[in-house]
Design a protein around this ligand. Structure first.
Ligand SMILES: C[S@@+](CC[C@H](N)C(=O)[O-])C[C@H]1O[C@@H](n2cnc3c(N)ncnc32)[C@H](O)[C@@H]1O
Length: 252
């Protein structure tokens, strides 16, 4: 049976969806995804000069990052999917953000030195990670964050309320694949997003993993639990040194 968390599977999925992801996402989320990204970025304290947007996709968070932190803030946009990186690159050019770099890399092994960033943000990227990878991610984010640095990660989740869950079910299982069919001619890829969300359930596992790594962190719910967010900071005085730093930069 296919491992839906394997690198090749997830990369293949997003490589195929990259052309339509932006438009399907706008139409399918009815504006919620835009709002939640904005909230995820605004949860980060405004005095940051180096930010990493992990699992950036087509750089959907970039406009919010630019609005909150200005163009002087150095931004790294990380994704391991080549086609998504190309889309992120076009977004960077469209926003003419001069201090922004798209990096083709796994989020679990970042080409950044220890304590590089003031903040790490990530929206809608967690669900395809296997439980063990979420633990690895917490470790890696701790490594690249400065002590006291902020983290904000948000993901679609399964609402606890049965009434809301019923509509959420129809929405993700039927409406989103229908849009996928209309724009991509293939509803199956978008159906997978439902499968990942169902398995993922909520950011609770991530909350525990980040807690274990010593983060001061809160778990928030958005719109009756249709999305959950973890937000907090790496404790002051936390020290980590791996001696690791290798780069694979797609575009500057
Ligand atoms: C659903 S998209 C989210 C894109 C964007 N952040 C947004 O707000 O819409 C998830 C992205 O995460 C990327 N991704 C998934 N797992 C990854 C990993 N381990 N390392 C780097 N990128 C990953 C995928 O390639 C995809 O572009």
């Amino acid at each position: 049976m296919e491992d839906i968390h394997s690198e090749s599977y997830v990369k293949g999925l997003f490589n195929e969806m990259s052309q339509t992801y932006g438009i399907v996402n706008i139409l399918s989320s009815l504006g919620f995804a835009y709002l939640w990204r904005k909230q995820a970025v605004q949860s980060i304290p405004s005095q940051c000069s180096r930010i990493c947007d992990l699992m950036t996709g087509g750089a959907e968070c970039l406009s919010h990052i630019k609005n909150r932190f200005g163009s002087k803030c150095e931004v790294h946009l990380v994704d391991w999917c080549e086609n998504m990186c190309k889309r992120a690159d076009s977004t960077v050019k469209r926003h003419s953000h001069g201090n922004c770099t798209v990096i083709n890399s796994s989020a679990l092994s970042l080409p950044a030195e220890d304590q590089r960033y003031d903040a790490v943000v990530s929206t809608f990227g967690l669900k395809t990670l296997a439980p063990k990878e979420i633990e690895e991610l917490a470790k890696e984010i701790k490594r690249v964050l400065k002590p006291g640095g902020s983290v904000s990660m948000l993901e679609f989740s399964m609402p606890q309320n049965r009434f809301i869950r019923f509509f959420f079910h129809i929405y993700v299982k039927i409406y989103v694949p229908l849009l996928g069919w209309a724009f991509l001619g293939n509803p199956d890829n978008y159906r997978m997003l439902w499968r990942y969300t169902k398995e993922f359930q909520s950011c609770e596992r991530a909350f525990k993993a980040f807690r274990k790594e010593g983060f001061e962190i809160d778990l928030k719910t958005r719109f009756f639990g249709s999305a959950t967010q973890i937000v907090g900071y790496a404790q002051q005085g936390a020290r980590y040194n791996s001696g690791r730093c290798a780069a694979s930069i797609v575009s500057a």
